[in-house]
Design a protein around this ligand. Structure first.
Ligand code: DCP
Ligand code: MG
Length: 343
């Protein structure tokens, strides 16, 4: 994964960052709650260590860094003193390595990867053959077929080429569409993991013009080799133009930047999602931690975005959504160009 590692270029403690990143990835391959929290905690300390300007010299110094607790400080010193980290050797079992490899298949998370391992699968050939009686969903089969394509980042120029093909088709269907590339491309990255396209439309008549999106999808299918999961899972249809700023902000990312902006919004009593910034939000009691404890992580997007969005839509009032500028201004976040939105 080149995404995390290269983000900010090398820092004063790059060896520490590399080793902790490696450990974090090993924990990501486990489905337990405990590992989920470890990953959260490593993300936090990794940010602190990346931002720390000097070479770390002592345990006490390490402890002063944002997000670094006692255990992480011990690991940091082990890396600095010995150049290695025992915990990596301990976590890097065959099972974990196979699970990480299987997680490169679209639609496979740590739980499925572990099931497949327990069923006796070790290679993509085993998975393909359904060894141990395992069954693949349609999306996973496609993910398997295009394993290396999906796991290879593409140059920026390829994104441009594909988008230049799609855009005129979209505008032919509906000249009022606003259609732009988001994600790493909008942040100016030289390579992109995928193409994130935002489509919105003015809706003076209050309609979503959903039928146009369906047309668009039919045409777009003529260009793609295979559509994953009938695309439903991947498509957030009908973004209204009034929500464009919120959508731009969300889909431009990066995900770390989004997390910190959302956290700030929550602390100020707002709720931010891809549709807008909401005020007067009565929080779901299950999520209260998120509001009262600044250190708590955002639950995964599948949990926060949809339910919280519905929840705030019904109970909060919209404060801002049309431009990125107005949303960031209300949150007192200084304006940052897309390429600067890296956490
Ligand atoms: N996003 C988010 N939280 C997530 C996933 C996505 O906030 N868990 C937002 C921010 C991302 C954007 O959606 O920048 C697009 O998601 P991608 O996974 O495509 O991420 P990028 O485009 O930033 O990187 P890549 O080049 O790997 O696609
Ligand atoms: Mg992307």
């Amino acid at each position: 994964d080149t995404k995390d590692g290269k983000k900010d270029g090398p820092c004063a403690n790059q060896d520490v960052v590399d080793k902790l990143l490696e450990l974090k990835k090993l924990h990501e391959a486990h489905a337990t709650n405990e590992d989920h929290w470890r990953v959260y905690s490593y993300n936090k300390s990794l940010k602190g260590i990346r931002d720390y300007p000097k070479r770390i010299k002592s345990f006490d110094e390490a402890r002063t860094i944002y997000g670094v607790g006692e255990k992480t400080a011990r690991k940091i010193m082990e890396i600095i003193d010995k150049g290695t980290l025992d915990r990596i050797r301990f976590e890097k079992t065959e099972k974990t390595q196979v699970a990480m490899f299987f997680m490169g298949i679209y639609g496979v998370g740590p739980a499925i990867a572990e099931n497949w391992y327990n069923a006796g699968c070790r290679t993509l050939e085993d998975v393909k053959a359904g060894k141990g009686g395992i069954k693949l969903t349609a999306a996973q089969s496609i993910g398997l077929e295009y394993y290396s394509d999906i796991n290879t980042r593409m140059p920026r120029s390829e994104v441009e080429e594909i988008f230049n093909m799609i855009k005129p088709i979209a505008l032919e269907i509906d000249p009022d569409l606003y259609i732009e590339v988001m994600g790493s491309f909008r942040r100016g990255r030289a390579d992109c993991g995928d193409i994130d396209i935002l489509i919105t439309r003015p809706t003076a008549d209050g309609r979503t013009h959903r039928e146009n999106y369906d047309d668009l999808e039919l045409i777009y299918r003529g260009y793609v080799a295979r559509a994953l999961t009938g695309c439903e899972a991947n498509r957030s249809v009908g973004t209204l133009l009034a929500s464009r700023g919120a959508a731009l902000l969300y889909y431009t990312g990066d995900d770390g930047f989004n997390r910190s902006v959302r956290l700030k919004a929550n602390r100020m009593g707002y709720s931010l999602n891809q549709r807008g910034l909401y005020g007067g939000v009565v929080r779901n009691p299950c999520n209260r931690r998120q509001k009262t404890n600044a250190g708590a992580p955002d639950p995964p997007p599948s949990v926060t975005i949809s339910p919280t969005a519905e929840f705030s839509l019904s109970l909060g009032n919209i404060i801002a959504s049309e431009t990125e500028q107005e949303i960031l201004a209300i949150l007192n976040v200084p304006w940052q160009e897309p390429h600067e939105r890296i956490r």
